[in-house]
Design a protein around this ligand. Structure first.
Ligand code: FAD
Length: 425
């Protein structure tokens, strides 16, 4: 069968690349917990020593590959770190714990500087209509279609489409080659990742690309070196012709960091719970004394880009939301339904039908869901429906410290963990 042809299975039309993705990343909490249990024994010294090697898509045994689950909070950061620290001391698993905190740090950083996201969004909106006419169009097409002639890069483009995942080191090499060897706009590389990564995340993706480009840490860029690629791909690739220097890109300064808004008050009384793709573990949301009377959910992975998102990302997200709804239903003893639309009128219709005037949603960090929530809140308020966002303690406590670099933030990790009641010895 032609590799790109749809085939039928389980009553859904699946493309072969989607089938491969689903074999590796099943978008349910059950699969996420199994993956976590399987990884925990390797989270200590083995991870510290070996995590930088990319042995290819068939062997992810030296990293956790938990990112698609963490990104949608099919697993929470606190339970992942807690499971690891029940098995290893913080000293032994420090590297892994720090990596999880990189996610928290990036999310906090963007929360304090939302203009970095808004600027990225505007720039992608401006660049996309130029695809096909700009002077970089042919190079862009060759890069996206795995036709650059740079063997490793072309293999990674294909791997990204097939698996919706790339190893961290490879993401760094990829972004560096995109920007400094191919000379393409960094924003369109970030957009390509964001549309295709199952773990595609507004903060981790945008800020990592900015970091490679030299925008995040002023003047400090990341250069992909052939010897480094050869060493850490265990000789699978030995590229030639890569850029040998990486001059930092420049941009107008961003506004100073804002203060993190105080966490919204805890909900009370009868509420409707509206889940979305940023946080799908309703069972552990801080819901105060609220009585959950109705549950609904929405997913709009295509909001990631003016070019939408891959079939794999759309399928992963919608299945993850269905899984979140089914678990929430069982937990709160209330029926749940996916909303077919994710605009104010659909939410209002659901609230009226369910007889609720307060809707609780998991906190929406800076990104497409935040944009959607901001776009509907005035209309909900004028219809007499209040929207309360449930923000986890993990985020509320850590994000205010993301105002500076990662290194001062990292120093706080033991204190942050103890504050959450997670043992560090
Ligand atoms: C250009 C670029 C784009 C990226 N885009 C994303 C993205 O859209 N979404 C995303 O989740 N990560 C992104 N990352 C970070 C990192 O590459 C992935 O989180 C990691 O590769 C996921 O694989 P893993 O679960 O096996 O990670 P592990 O090494 O097992 O780490 C455990 C967890 O820690 C977190 N983590 C690890 N490294 C980082 C990091 N550098 N930054 C933030 N969190 C980290 C992830 O949640 C990960 O699941 C990007 C990195 C680069 C260089």
């Amino acid at each position: 069968m032609n590799r790109w042809q749809p085939f039928e299975g389980n009553n859904v039309i699946l493309r072969p690349y989607y089938r491969r993705m689903i074999e590796q990343f099943n978008p349910t909490r059950g699969a996420a917990l199994a993956a976590l249990a399987e990884f925990v024994p390797r989270a200590g010294r083995a991870y510290t020593l070996d995590r930088n090697h990319d042995r290819g898509p068939e062997d992810r045994s030296n990293v956790s590959a938990l990112s698609p689950y963490l990104r949608h909070r099919l697993l929470t950061e606190s339970e992942v770190v807690e499971a690891v620290l029940q098995r290893h001391s913080l000293a032994a698993a420090e590297k892994f714990v720090q990596e999880v905190f990189w996610r928290t740090y990036w999310k906090g950083w963007l929360e304090l500087r939302p203009e970095a996201w808004r600027r990225y969004r505007r720039e992608v909106e401006t660049l996309v209509p130029d695809i096909g006419t700009a002077e970089w169009s042919n190079d862009y097409a060759r890069a996206c279609e795995a036709r650059t002639g740079i063997e490793c890069f072309d293999a990674w483009v294909t791997e990204l489409a097939e698996f919706g995942y790339l190893h961290n080191h490879t993401r760094m090499w990829f972004a560096s080659i995109w920007i400094f060897t191919l000379g393409l706009p960094w924003q369109l590389g970030a957009d390509l990742f964001y549309r295709q990564l199952l773990d595609g995340d507004a903060a981790s993706n945008t800020l990592s690309w900015r970091w490679v480009a030299g925008l995040q840490t002023a003047g400090k860029t990341y250069l992909a070196r052939p010897d480094n690629i050869q060493r850490y791909t265990d000789g699978r690739f030995s590229p030639t012709g890569l850029a040998s220097f990486a001059p930092a890109l420049a941009e107008p300064a961003l506004p100073p960091a804002r203060e993190l808004e105080a966490a919204p008050g805890l909900p009370q009384g009868r509420v409707g719970l509206l889940l979305h793709e940023e946080d799908l573990h309703a069972e552990s949301l801080p819901l105060g004394n609220a009585i959950v009377h109705a549950i609904a959910g929405w997913h709009r992975a295509a909001d990631r880009s003016p070019l939408g998102c891959s079939d794999s990302v759309a399928a992963f997200t919608s299945t993850a939301v269905s899984d979140g709804l089914a678990r929430a239903s069982a937990h709160f003893g209330v029926d749940s339904a996916p909303l077919l639309e994710s605009d104010a009128s659909a939410v209002l219709a659901w609230a009226r039908e369910s007889g609720v005037t307060t809707i609780v949603i998991p906190f929406a960090p800076v990104g497409p869901v935040r944009e959607r929530v901001d776009g509907m809140s005035a209309e909900l308020a004028s219809a007499g429906v209040s929207l309360i966002e449930a923000r986890r303690q993990w985020d509320s406590v850590a994000w205010p410290h993301a105002g500076r670099g990662f290194f001062p933030f990292r120093e706080r990790i033991p204190k942050l963990l103890r504050g959450q009641g997670i043992r560090t010895q």
